[in-house]
Structures are given as structure tokens and as C-alpha cells.
Design a protein around this ligand. Structure first.
Ligand code: CTP
Ligand code: C5P
Length: 330
């Protein structure tokens, strides 16, 4: 019977450095091929050996992957070349990877063992998003710096930002449906609302959303539009455009619903429309609209506003700084 049928356990592995919605989309497709998704993550040491040090530590990379809603288990220390032993040790039936070839430092296909044992399946790589592309967009912020220093990197060609050109990713309603859980709140659910940029979705956002979700039963995230984010972050921010930020946030297991282009000020109408019980914000500064109006004035007056301490110091700007120093070193 169905009840006795053993779960099909799917193994995925990789670096998962700078996790983006392309990674999430591969795990979503892996989940559809079985019942449970087990993700093996390479240690910092293993990655350094094969392609140079990662930008994010193994603790950060593990946390980001655990935050993705299609992931059931995470295992740190997966070998760079996937072995049949590692599949067996984790009771996995087969391994899933995107349709790009990955090689070891010696030029060996990292999946040759599982391929010849017929325990390998491929999913479609998400076009238009990659770590290289995101790094290029971030380096655009330091164009002058790079012109003066090591000039070999062609930033103009590589970088894409909503403010300088278009991202190569083509958002569709189909993709949003695939990422969405499609559930409305249940009657009586306590509804939590947060809003922000959520640019380059990171561990700080994840810790914040986990705490926000604990304040209620159903979490709605409002995403500000690109011009609004740019008006308070300046420079070339946001690095990821609204459509990309929607998918990154939807992939997070704590999030139930996303408002695509939320108003900067949390209004009476918004609170009524979504029947919001509590509104929260982290410890990062709250920019005033036109330098005057507190965007949380209405929920504060209603006494439904709460400050949350994510306990995490990560910010989008810190990631950009890390990328820049990383690029200068290697
Ligand atoms: N992946 C994907 N689509 C992307 C990027 C990655 O489907 N746009 C998949 C890879 O095919 C792999 C998994 O995500 O199955 C994790 O692999 P990882 O080694 O972390 O990814 P990279 O290929 O290095 O990702 P990137 O190029 O963005 O660094
Ligand atoms: O900066 P951004 O608008 O993306 O932040 C979204 C929300 O996440 C804000 O409420 C912010 O205070 C919170 N946050 C946090 N801890 C971090 C980073 C962001 O609580 N390290």
C-alpha cells in the first residue's frame, strides 16, 4: 500500500555559496522527483581545494540552504566528487544536479560515479542567474575603484543591475506559481507583516524572518519596488530587481505570501486588506519617507508594531564589501 512505500530520497550537492533563487529552483525540481531532498554541502576546505575560498562560511551556507522550503535535510562535508557511498550512507536513491558540467581541479566530472551507476538525474539550470552575474553587479558599485586598481576585469560587460541595464532573468507567472505555496491564511490565524528590500537575500534576513514568523501563524512579506529601494539605499541598489527578490523571498520556508511592490508606508488600507495583526522591523535603521514620515506611524499608533532583534549583523552592504575584498585578494 501507499503507506508502506518507502520515501524516495533525493541527494543534491554543491557549494551553495551566495545562495540565489537558481539554487532554490534546482532544489524545487529535485523535490518533485522524490519525497525528501537531502542536500550535501562542501566544506570551506573542500571548496578552497577545488576552486578557491568561498565568500560565505560553511555555517552561513548551511543555514541558507536549510531555509529553503523544499529542503528536508542538510549534510555538511559532502565530497566534491559524489560517491555511491555518500548516497548509501544518506539512504538516497539517486543524485540530482543542474544540466551544467562541474569538474574537479583535475578536470574530472564530479558526477561520473553516480552517472555510470545510473543513480543520476538532471534538472534544468535556471537561466539568467548565477553567482558570477551577481558578483558582477556588485562590482559595478566599485567601478572607479577598479579603474584605478587591477583593470583587467571587464565590469561593463559582466554587470547587470536594474539601474544600469536589465537582468538576464525572465520572470514569468509560471515561476511565481511554482515558488508560491498557494495557501491563504486559516480563519483565526495571526497575521504578521514585514516590509523591506530583501536585496541579495541573506542569513540576516533569514534569522529576521524566522523570528517574525514566530510572532504569528502566517507571514506576509512586502517588497518595495526598485525605485523605492533606490531612493533610500542610493547608488546602484537594489542589486537584484523586484522580480528576483520576489523569488528569493518566496523560496524561504518561513514566508507564506509576498506583496510584489508594497507601499513604503504601512497604511490603514494595507492593514485592513490583509487583516494584519502585527507589523515588525529588525534593528536596522528605518528611513523616513521624504525625510519626515515614519513608515510605521500607523501600526505604532495602533500598538501593533514590534521591533525584532535578528541577532545577526549581516546586511546587503556587508555582502558587497565581502565580495570586493574577496575579488581583490584572488
Ligand atoms: N544551479 C541551477 N541554476 C543556477 C545555478 C545553480 O540550477 N542558475 C544548480 C546547480 O546546477 C547545482 C546546484 O544549483 O545543481 C548547486 O550547485 P553549486 O555548486 O552551488 O552551484 P553553481 O553552479 O556553482 O552556481 P553559480 O554558478 O550560481 O555559482
Ligand atoms: O534591509 P532590508 O530592507 O532588506 O531588511 C528587511 C528586514 O530585515 C528589516 O526589518 C531589517 O531590519 C531586517 N534585518 C534584520 N537583521 C539583519 C538584516 C535585516 O533584522 N541582519
Amino acid at each position: 500500500s501507499d503507506k508502506q512505500r518507502k520515501d524516495v530520497r533525493v541527494w543534491c550537492d554543491g557549494c551553495y555559496d551566495m545562495v540565489h533563487f537558481g539554487h532554490a529552483n534546482s532544489l524545487r525540481q529535485a523535490k518533485a522527483l522524490g519525497d525528501k531532498v537531502i542536500v550535501g554541502i562542501h566544506t570551506d576546505e573542500e571548496i578552497t581545494k577545488h576552486k578557491g575560498p568561498p565568500v560565505f562560511t560553511e555555517e552561513e551556507r548551511v543555514k541558507m540552504v536549510k531555509g529553503i522550503k523544499w529542503v528536508d535535510e542538510v549534510v555538511l562535508g559532502a565530497p566534491y566528487v559524489t560517491t555511491l557511498d555518500v548516497l548509501d550512507q544518506n539512504n538516497c536513491d539517486f543524485c540530482v544536479h543542474g544540466d551544467d558540467i562541474t569538474m574537479t581541479a583535475e578536470g574530472v566530472d564530479t558526477y561520473h560515479l553516480v552517472k555510470s551507476a545510473n543513480r543520476y538525474k538532471e534538472v534544468k539550470r535556471t537561466a539568467g542567474v548565477s553567482t558570477t552575474d551577481l558578483v558582477g553587479r556588485m562590482l559595478l558599485l566599485t567601478r572607479n575603484h577598479f579603474r584605478q586598481g587591477s583593470a583587467e576585469y571587464d565590469i561593463e560587460k559582466e554587470a547587470k543591475s536594474p539601474w544600469t541595464g536589465c537582468s538576464q532573468f525572465l520572470p514569468t507567472t509560471q515561476k511565481i506559481i511554482q515558488f508560491s505555496d498557494g495557501k491563504s491564511p486559516n480563519p483565526g490565524d495571526k497575521i504578521v507583516y514585514v516590509a523591506g528590500a530583501f536585496d541579495l537575500f541573506h542569513v540576516g534576513h533569514l534569522d529576521f524572518l524566522e523570528k517574525a514568523k514566530k510572532l504569528g501563524d502566517y507571514l506576509i512579506v512586502g517588497l518595495h519596488t526598485d525605485p523605492v529601494v533606490n531612493s533610500y539605499k542610493g547608488s546602484n541598489y537594489p542589486i537584484m530587481n523586484l522580480h528576483e527578490r520576489v523569488l528569493s523571498v518566496l523560496a524561504c520556508k518561513f514566508v507564506n505570501e509576498v506583496v510584489i511592490g508594497a507601499p513604503y508606508c504601512v497604511t490603514e488600507e494595507l492593514l485592513e486588506h490583509f487583516k494584519i495583526d502585527v507589523v515588525c522591523h529588525g534593528r536596522t535603521p528605518i528611513a523616513l519617507e521624504n525625510g519626515k514620515i515614519d513608515p510605521y506611524a500607523v501600526p505604532k499608533t495602533r500598538a501593533i508594531f514590534e521591533l525584532i532583534d535578528s541577532g545577526n549583523e549581516m546586511t546587503t552592504e556587508r555582502i558587497v564589501e565581502r565580495i570586493i575584498s574577496h575579488r581583490l585578494e584572488y
